[in-house]
Design a protein around this ligand. Sequence first.
Ligand code: ADP
Ligand code: MG
Length: 379
Amino acid sequence: MSLYEQVIQEFARQFSGQPTAVVRAPGRVNLIGEHTDYNDGFVLPMAIDRAAWIALRPRADARVCVYSPYFEQAITFALDDLETYRDGWIEYPRGVAWALTEAGHAITGWDGVLLSDVPVGAGLSSSAAVEMATARAFGVVSGFDWDAPTMAKLGQKVENHWIGVKSGIMDQMISASGRADHALLIDCRSLETQLVPLPAGTVVVVLDTATRRGLVDSAYNERRAQCETAARFFAVPALRDVTLAAFEDRASLLDANTRRRARHVISENERTLRAAEVMRQGDAVLLGQLMNDSHTSLRDDFEVSSDALNTIVDCARREPGCYGARMTGAGFGGCAVALVQAEAAESFASAVSVTYRNSTGLQPNVYVCRATNGAEVIA
Ligand code: ADP
Ligand code: MG
């Protein structure tokens, strides 16, 4: 049974009767462009065929009741009582209500079931999927227009100011504005976006190492500070403004650590723009090579990879039909992403599961993904 059918069935169980609308918003994976967002650079994520679904029906009062099968819990909150953050999963939908109200929308109540197959905490941004699906739900009930970038910024505000997570715009932007068979090039400075087609006959495979990052906050803050130091050295607002040629001219004057950090960011921006170009030409081989180069740079220059990530990337590249593989996300654990020939996807997935388990003793989670539409009203 599809998630669409399941969420409708669950709605009938929880609230009796039929929902008046069903919405969905996807999770995401970043193909290339890592640690570039806070340097005003470029990222290239795609929306995946795993999503948060909400089946809903308007209520007569100014309250929202959401049932989550994952948490086996129904929680009701009042739309005139959004002053303070509480706790738990409901704060994602509730935070969206808060941000919509802050933005001046007159929102109204609904009953809904929130069902998602984006794994929680696996690096595929289950939280952005919930936020964008909730924003869609409010849009349907309260009748405001859907503008993807506006809603993405609103979702980021929920993460930053309601939940308290320091994160960029990528997750919400791609969940709001993805398109089937396309990735989305995002300029993290201007927030301009461009859809870029995925090479025909390929799939994207997410490889979860089953390791989670430790010490990530301190390492992340240190990297950010090093990038800022480098930008000051080049006398620009952000490393986005330094070309590889300008970097190489003066790089020898930087201390070795700062030099390597800057080289990653500057070369990664160029790789990301180049990746969009070769995708427009349908060149899976070159895209795979750029992903491989990105991994090397993240491993050796930015130093945010890990043994588990390096191992799973090696396992992926050894399989036939793999064009390239790299770590994705902040690093130190979490997921890698591989570009694979569509017809080889299933054998690739099972082979990497075995070879990675044999070398590490860990059981990876493997998700074969296709690029889907961003947040949408289904019915
Ligand atoms: P991720 O990397 O998957 O986004 P986060 O910690 O940012 O991980 O967000 C996960 C949180 O999002 C969950 O703890 C929960 O509060 C909320 N969430 C995700 N999926 C669901 C769901 N199916 N039902 C209810 N809440 C969900
Ligand atoms: Mg999240």
